[in-house]
Design a protein around this ligand. Structure first.
Ligand SMILES: NC(=O)c1ccc[n+]([C@@H]2O[C@H](COP(=O)([O-])OP(=O)(O)OC[C@H]3O[C@@H](n4cnc5c(N)ncnc54)[C@H](O)[C@@H]3O)[C@@H](O)[C@H]2O)c1
Length: 437
């Protein structure tokens, strides 16, 4: 065991500010409130239920992650957020239709107390939405200042020690990095000029990062993933994580694909289709928002299967991803995957996966984990991209020139090794020779 990092204690209250109080946000908040009251368990959250093995297998040391690293407690979390609709969190959760009304009724008072602050919003970036609860300002810089004011007021009102921001807003239209994104200077000038290269999500990300607040992006839009904001994050000490929560079909893809590759089974085609009927599905029905999502979903297989290293197995892979908006299903998405694979001597086989999942039920524990781990990272002095949180994302943020790690099992090892590193415990390599020497 070596000396661990010096990590500031987790005491005091933490404000989690969520951009967009839709299905994911309200399922997270209502869920945490239900768990606090002992009405349900936080299934799927590593911070609440996960363990970490320390030392040799013979030592029998596997503490709960929560007991190993100092994490904020669920009772110390306070929620706030922005939305273009004026509905309080109870109404928004009812509209989202993810949690049953009998469950929502038990946390109604707490949810009703959370009323969204006016949003930074422009239809140019989310074409299928419009709402009345929107900020006005002379330019985007002024809107960012208003977001900062909201956060400062919230912090003072609730006597909070620290904040974390998570973008849970709708998927914005597909955008590429441009000149305005290259440096803080260019970015701030573009904010003042209300340059169209700066979508709403970047205004929020800028506000959080300028305040040194950790920022995570649950959606696939660029948001903080541009050189200007990475530079700002290094300066202000803000840790970042994103993009696009790894739930549903992509979660399964990053579980199955590493297995096929491990056994060197070839893949000729992977056809993925989904039906989804919530507001997210409606936004993704717009081809420009879908393009952002499609890019995020499609890159996964290339990185896991590495066709450059295994051309005989994966260089001719046909990967198709479809999302169809189908209102009767609401948040209960159904995904089908057809995988055309081949084995010894090229003999073909097929694998069919039919996942009847609940998107926001899979997303909520991720929002909780990411918020608590970012708060931990901040207290441990980490800033910029937190690659160890790749585990939670479809398009993990990564250093320029480095390819992202998509394999769920490597990602988990990276996450747990980072926790061991923080505490000065030996990293686990799985070499295991010591048991036989
Ligand atoms: N549900 C999942 O499992 C999942 C998985 C991965 C990613 N995501 C992404 O997370 C995001 C949220 O998903 P959801 O299912 O909660 O969607 P949702 O449509 O239910 O909620 C999004 C909310 O954001 C609000 N919003 C949009 N733009 C805003 C802005 N500029 N400022 C403030 N509020 C704004 C909308 O009014 C809406 O209430 C989406 O981008 C989605 O693609 C969701």
């Amino acid at each position: 065991m070596t000396q661990g990092l010096s990590i500031a204690p987790a005491g005091g209250k933490v404000g989690i500010v969520l951009v967009g109080l839709g299905a994911v946000s309200t399922t997270t908040i209502a869920g945490i409130m239900a768990v606090r009251k002992g009405l349900a368990k936080p299934i799927g959250a590593l911070t609440e239920m996960g363990t970490v093995r320390l030392g040799k297998r013979t030592e029998g040391r596997s503490p709960a992650i929560r007991d190993f690293v100092p994490l904020a407690g669920l009772n110390d979390l306070v929620f706030g957020g922005w939305d273009i609709f004026e509905d309080d969190c109870f109404e928004a959760a009812t509209t989202a239709g993810v949690l049953e009304s009998s469950m929502l009724a038990k946390v109604k008072d707490e949810l009703q107390a959370i009323k969204p602050w006016p949003a930074v919003f422009d239809r140019q970036y989310v074409k299928r939405l419009d709402g009345p609860n929107v900020k006005k300002g002379r330019n985007k810089k002024e809107l960012a200042e208003q977001v900062i004011d909201d956060m400062r007021r919230f912090k003072a009102e609730h006597k909070l020690d620290r904040l974390v921001m998570v973008w849970c807003g709708s998927t914005e239209v597909f955008m590429k990095e441009s000149a305005a994104h290259q440096s803080i200077d260019a970015f701030e000038k573009a904010l003042e000029a209300s340059d169209p290269a700066i979508p709403s999500s970047m205004v929020y990300a800028y506000a959080a990062i300028r305040e040194g607040i950790p920022y995570a992006n649950a959606a696939p839009n660029l948001s903080a993933d541009i050189p200007a904001l990475l530079e700002l994050a290094q300066k202000t000490g803000s840790p970042l994580a994103g993009k696009d929560l790894k739930t549903g079909q992509t979660l399964i893809k990053t579980i199955i694909a590493p297995g096929l590759k491990a056994r060197l089974l070839g893949v000729a085609g992977w056809y993925s289709t989904n039906i989804l009927g919530n507001r997210d599905g409606e936004v993704l029905d717009d081809p420009e928002s879908f393009k952002t999502k499609e890019e995020s979903k499609k890159s996964v297989l290339d990185y896991i299967l590495q066709p450059n290293l295994y051309p005989d197995l994966y260089s001719d892979l046909h990967h198709v991803v479809r999302i169809n908006y189908y209102p009767p299903r609401g948040d209960n998405k159904e995904g089908w995957d057809n995988i055309d694979l081949f084995g010894w001597l090229g003999y073909p086989m097929q694998l069919k996966i039919n996942f009847l999942c609940r998107d926001s039920i899979l997303a909520a524990p991720i929002v909780l984990d990411v918020a608590l781990f970012l708060d931990l990272a901040h207290r441990a002095g980490f800033s910029g991209i937190q690659e160890w949180l790749s585990f939670y994302f479809k398009s993990p943020m990564h250093a320029p020139g480095l390819y992202p790690e998509h394999d769920l099992f490597i990602q988990l090892m990276k996450l747990k090794n980072t926790l061991r590193y923080m505490k000065g415990e030996e990293l686990i390599t799985h070499l295991g020779r010591e048991y036989y020497d």
